[in-house]
Design a binder for this molecule. Structure first.
Ligand code: ZN
Length: 158
């Protein structure tokens, strides 16, 4: 397949996710929720997770952002739903490597998110692509995002 056609395919998948994002909205029951923004572009994501026994049972996001950040959030929710927290963190680390232009061993595990690898060529957009994944990592790694403890935390990326 010619590279330009491949690029078109990727662009179409990214546009599909940004115009019809998966798992968009909010959860009735969430165990973690977090809001994170990317001031460089103005993207804001509000992410909610329902985790039980170390597994992501449900996930939803809302907020507003550019098509890359929205598509990436949609792809992220597809990739991590049903995964263990460790698997989700590992996927997030893989994604971070991918958008920095590094080779990763199990690209297919990222699902459609693998298509955002081209962002590596556009350094200004990398933070758009990683916003949802950073929100996921912070929600899973930072015990303070548990709603029972301190409610909704706001973080700002610098
Ligand atoms: Zn953006």
């Amino acid at each position: 397949m010619a590279l330009s056609k491949l690029d078109n395919l990727y662009r179409q998948v990214i546009l599909d996710h940004s115009s019809h994002p998966h798992h968009h909205g909010s959860l009735e029951n969430s165990s973690q929720r977090i809001e994170l923004n990317n001031p460089t572009c103005g993207d804001v994501i509000h992410l909610e997770l329902d985790t039980e026994k170390g597994v992501i049972k449900d996930i939803a996001f809302s907020g507003h952002g550019c098509s890359i950040s929205t598509a990436s959030a949609s792809m992220m929710t597809d990739a991590v739903l049903g995964k263990t927290l460790e698997e989700a963190i590992a996927l997030s680390e893989d994604f971070s490597q991918l958008v920095q232009g590094k080779d990763i061993s199990e690209l297919e595990k990222l699902g459609d998110a693998a298509m955002l690898g081209g962002v590596a060529k556009f350094p200004a957009r990398i933070k758009c692509a990683t916003l949802a994944w950073k929100a996921l990592e912070k929600a899973l790694e930072d015990p303070e995002t548990g709603i029972g403890e301190s409610g909704l935390l706001k973080h700002e990326e610098d």
